[in-house]
Write a protein that binds this ligand. Structure first.
Ligand code: C2E
Ligand code: CA
Ligand code: CA
Length: 587
């Protein structure tokens, strides 16, 4: 732009005034000069029109120059204003980077400066805002990631949780169905002694143990595998891919081996085995839940089989589990519906070949499932605690039946004893002794007629405090028989520690006696030792004549088994006792 005014002039009004002054001064000065020249050279008779034309000329000059000046002033002021409007529009549209050029030093220049200041402060604010948004977005992203992590991971161990595991398994199973070369296996992992650790060492140690278990998984699994905590001490592992079930079995065995090493927690060394259930995908599995359910079933089987092992799922297990659940449910109403019966198996004295007593054995007549054996429901009843109620009923029923029987056969001079099996859970129940006392008082039975059978495994359990209970029972005059001797890990020293009246040798001993000479020797020593400490010996599961002969030779007192009689209901017992038995002359 051509510079018209000197920099000193900073006011638009001065500039306009100056422009017009100059624009009018120029024709005025020329006009005056022309007039003065005319005054000296023009004839008087021509001077009037000369002056008139000169003044006209001056006026025209002023008019023309005034117009030109007005146009130039308008240009001078209008251009920067237009540029300013454009800049303001650009700012409004978001262009904060274009700096506004200061073209004038007057009020327009000040306006340009002010607008530019506004632009730069706006830019600053927007930059600050942008930064804040970026920071907030980072925070939100992190928070979101944390939320997703929390929703998918177990808080304590940081492993995947059930939801994430199920989703992953669902995906992998879908993949398997598309391409069955992509084989996967699921392991259900349960630490065998977790409850004990939690109960005895406290929850903090329990939690530390769970974290330590999780760490072991993290260190030993492949990147493509996944470990998850399902709650408590239950963990799930997805092995993906696996070549075959055998391959998965090997991996599971390696995992078990890994847990042989102790965990160092709170200065203590904690070691425990784990039980693992394994299932491999096949066409039957359409949902993740089905695979998890079956892995759980297999894990449960691993526990049943003695813990510390891997068990592979098979269909029979599912049937067994369903059966167990049905039994567990139906046990609740078994007494109310009067479905239990007591069967009695004679115990025969080898010296006289006469029945001296009976063992009461429970039977369940199920309306849909038929007769259910005790080994199919006693353990379940123990687990649920139902055994306490059931056991009480059996005890009362057996005592009443034997009283009735003894009444019938009293004239023959017989007094039959009755052996009743009592489960650990029942013995540990605080009411057991009171109920027993009440029963003895109510029925007036001679306490010596009643024999409580306690299994060897119950007695050897160091936590059961059995010796006090046994002493209390014996103080009432009731006798104690140690059942299933030889099945647990007891030693003969146990016979000194506890005072029993009867020792029942387990049928597995009797079964193998014929084939294994060593068993005969052990049996002989046991019988001798037991008799020396005042116990009577009953051999269980006697099925053959040769077993009877061998037992007589070893000095056994009494026998029980199919060779003599199978368990029978009360009415058959009366008939049995009234019928002469062939075996009575066998020995
Ligand atoms: P147990 O106490 O060892 O009872 C002996 C089992 O051996 C009975 O099985 C009996 O029928 C069976 N048995 C008897 N003689 C022979 C034989 O010569 N050969 C063979 N192979 N077996 C013979 P059962 O009645 O099925 O009872 C199984 C187990 O269930 C019992 O073993 C006992 O531990 C438990 N049980 C039975 N009734 C009761 C009960 O009323 N309460 C409790 N707590 N447990 C019971
Ligand atoms: Ca028994
Ligand atoms: Ca037994």
């Amino acid at each position: 732009m051509i510079k018209i005014f000197p920099d000193r002039i900073k006011s638009i009004s001065t500039k306009i005034a100056l422009a017009f002054f100059l624009a009018s001064a120029f024709p005025m000065v020329i006009g005056l000069g022309v007039l003065m020249w005319g005054a000296n050279h023009i004839q008087p008779e021509q001077s009037a029109s000369y002056f008139r034309y000169t003044i006209l000329g001056i006026e025209t000059g002023i008019l023309v120059l005034g117009g030109i000046t007005a146009w130039m002033v308008a240009q001078h002021l209008g251009k920067p204003l237009k540029a300013l409007v454009e800049s303001a529009n650009a700012i409004a549209e978001g262009d904060h980077f274009r700096k506004i050029k200061i073209t004038n030093n007057d009020e327009i220049g000040q306006l340009q400066q002010a607008v530019d200041l506004m632009r730069s402060s706006l830019k600053e604010q927007i930059d600050r805002l942008d930064n804040a948004v970026v920071q907030r977005t980072v925070q939100l992203t992190q928070l979101n990631e944390q939320l997703i992590h929390d929703a998918n991971n177990d808080k304590l161990t940081g492993l995947a949780n059930r939801e994430l595991f199920c989703n992953e398994l669902k995906k992998e199973l879908g993949q398997y169905h598309k391409d069955n070369k992509h084989l996967i296996s699921v392991l259900f992992f349960d630490f065998d002694r977790f409850k004990l650790v939690n109960d005895s060492l406290g929850h903090a140690v329990g939690d530390a143990l769970l974290c330590s278990i999780a760490d072991r998984f993290r260190n030993c699994l492949r990147k493509t595998d996944m470990a998850a905590r399902f709650g408590g001490d239950e963990f799930m592992i997805l092995l993906s891919p696996v070549e075959s079930t055998e391959h998965a079995m090997e991996a599971a065995q390696r995992l078990l081996k890994l847990f042989e090493k102790h965990h160092l927690l709170d200065g203590r060394q904690i070691t425990s085995t784990a039980s693992i259930g394994l299932v491999t995908a096949d066409s039957r599995y359409t949902t993740a839940d089905q695979m998890i359910r079956d892995a759980d079933t297999a894990m449960y089987q691993a526990k049943l089989e003695g813990k510390g092992r891997v068990v592979r799922f098979d269909q029979q297990m599912l049937e067994d589990t369903k059966f167990r659940l049905r039994i567990q449910e139906d046990l609740n109403s078994v007494l109310k519906k009067n479905q239990l019966r007591v069967a009695y198996q004679p115990i025969v004295n080898l010296a006289t070949m006469k029945t001296t007593g009976f063992e009461a054995l429970i039977r369940w007549e199920h309306p849909d499932l038929g007769w259910i054996r005790p080994d199919q429901f006693i353990e379940i009843a123990e687990d649920t605690g139902k055994i306490v109620e059931i056991g009480e009923w059996i005890l009362e029923q057996a005592v009443n039946d034997i009283l009735e029987l003894n009444k019938i056969f009293a004239e023959h001079g017989h007094l039959f004893s009755i052996n009743v099996n009592v489960a650990k859970r029942q013995l540990m129940c605080p009411d057991f002794m009171n109920n027993l006392r009440r029963l003895l008082e109510k029925t007036k039975i001679d306490p010596a007629v009643l024999k409580i059978e306690i299994t060897e495994s119950t007695i050897v359990d160091p936590r059961s405090g059995m010796s006090d209970i046994i002493n209390e029972i014996r103080l009432l005059g009731v006798k104690i028989a140690m059942d299933d001797f030889g099945t647990g890990h007891s030693s003969l020293s146990l016979l000194h520690k506890f005072k029993f009246d009867v020792l029942k040798i387990d049928q597995s001993f009797i079964r193998d006696m014929d084939q294994n000479r060593d068993i005969g020797a052990v049996l002989h020593a046991t019988i001798e030792l037991a008799q020396n400490t005042g116990m009577a010996i009953v051999a269980e599961g006697v099925e053959t004549e040769s077993q009877v002969s061998a037992l007589i030779a070893h000095g056994c007192d009494m026998v029980q088994g199919y060779y003599f009689a199978k368990p029978m209901f009360y009415d058959d017992v009366v008939e049995f006792l009234n019928t002469p038995q062939e075996y009575r002359s066998a020995a």
